[in-house]
Write a protein that binds this ligand. Structure first.
Ligand code: CP
Length: 308
């Protein structure tokens, strides 16, 4: 049987996306509620978390997800590993594989690294975010959050605001929401917008006002301060004035419009504190759903779901 990896949402069958979301909802109901029930889907399995970039949400939620389902989870420490002695990433991955692991979870600053490793090992590889490419489990948890609130994805209007060009979250959200029939608008400073992404259901604009008029859901992206000098961005004050989701912008939205942010947030730059803690903010729910989705994805790549 072919190995099931999760490398990207681009090209993923809508039925597979639905299967993962349904499994995530089952796990959430069983494991992440007040009467938490321990499950054993992954008992006897070993998961290797390899994060070559900083992470709070993704790394921790993969670890919790594996443990909630009975797996052994190891966080590979890149610092102090034989990578520092010149061992290649491929050899490191093969070395970890030889320790009888069942799943390799990888975050890396270079786009395409998870796919490259997937071609070289015989265990499922899960992309936990690679360069500017994709962050598929973030896309899935965003879908789950919107589905829980609306009961459907098809026909909704998602607006993604910020540094679209450098955002792996924007790409995974785009592919996931389009696959399930949503409309997507990408908005941000012109120099941070893609030029060649024309496809049905997608609109690209620099005008926040026009984008927000029909928004059912707004995903606010982190402005990556480390890139400002590279792309000649406006000052933070100008960014906030033109593309920030401020308290005033919140007041102008339709009542039902949901606010999401993948985190971490730059408060007072791309989003105001009042918006983060506002009535329509689903940011904490996104974090919780990250655990549910990662339980589902770990089970799915290993051939589940199982009804035990
Ligand atoms: N959203 C996200 O990927 O957050 P972390 O970098 O904290 O994992």
């Amino acid at each position: 049987m072919a190995i099931r990896h999760l490398l990207q949402l681009e090209g993923m069958e809508p039925a597979a996306v639905q299967e993962i979301l349904e499994l995530a909802m089952r796990f959430k109901a069983d494991v992440l509620t007040a009467d938490r029930c321990k499950r054993h889907e992954l008992a006897g399995r070993a998961i290797m978390n390899c994060f070559f970039e900083p992470s709070t949400r993704t790394k921790t939620s993969f670890e919790l997800a594996g443990k909630y389902l009975g797996a052994d989870v190891v966080n590979f420490q890149t610092r102090g590993s034989s990578l520092e002695k010149g061992e290649t990433l491929e050899d490191t991955a093969r070395t970890l594989e030889a320790m009888a692991i069942d799943v390799l979870v990888i975050r890396h600053q270079v786009s395409g690294i998870p796919e490259r490793l997937a071609a070289r090992v015989k265990v499922p590889v899960i992309n936990a975010g690679d360069g500017f490419h994709e962050h598929p489990t973030q896309g899935l948890l965003d879908l789950l959050t919107v589905y829980e609130e609306w009961g459907h994805i098809a026909g909704l209007h998602l607006v993604i605001v910020g540094d679209i060009l450098h955002s792996r979250v924007a790409r995974s959200d785009l592919w996931g929401f389009l696959a399930l029939g949503a409309h997507v608008t990408l908005v941000g400073p012109p120099q941070l917008l893609p030029r060649d992404w024309e496809r049905p259901g997608l609109r690209v604009t620099a005008s926040l006002k026009s984008a927000l008029a029909e928004a059912d859901v707004i995903q606010v992206l982190r402005i990556q301060k480390e890139r400002q000098s590279l792309v000649g961005l406006p000052s933070w004050e100008e960014y906030r004035a033109r593309w920030g989701i401020t308290r005033d912008v919140l007041g102008s939205l339709r009542e039902h419009t949901l606010i999401m942010h993948p985190g971490p947030q730059n408060r007072g730059v791309e989003i105001d504190s009042e918006v983060i803690s506002g009535r329509t903010s689903k940011i904490a729910q996104q974090v919780t759903n990250g655990v549910a989705v990662r339980m589902a994805v770990l089970t799915w790549v290993l051939g589940g779901p199982y009804d035990r």
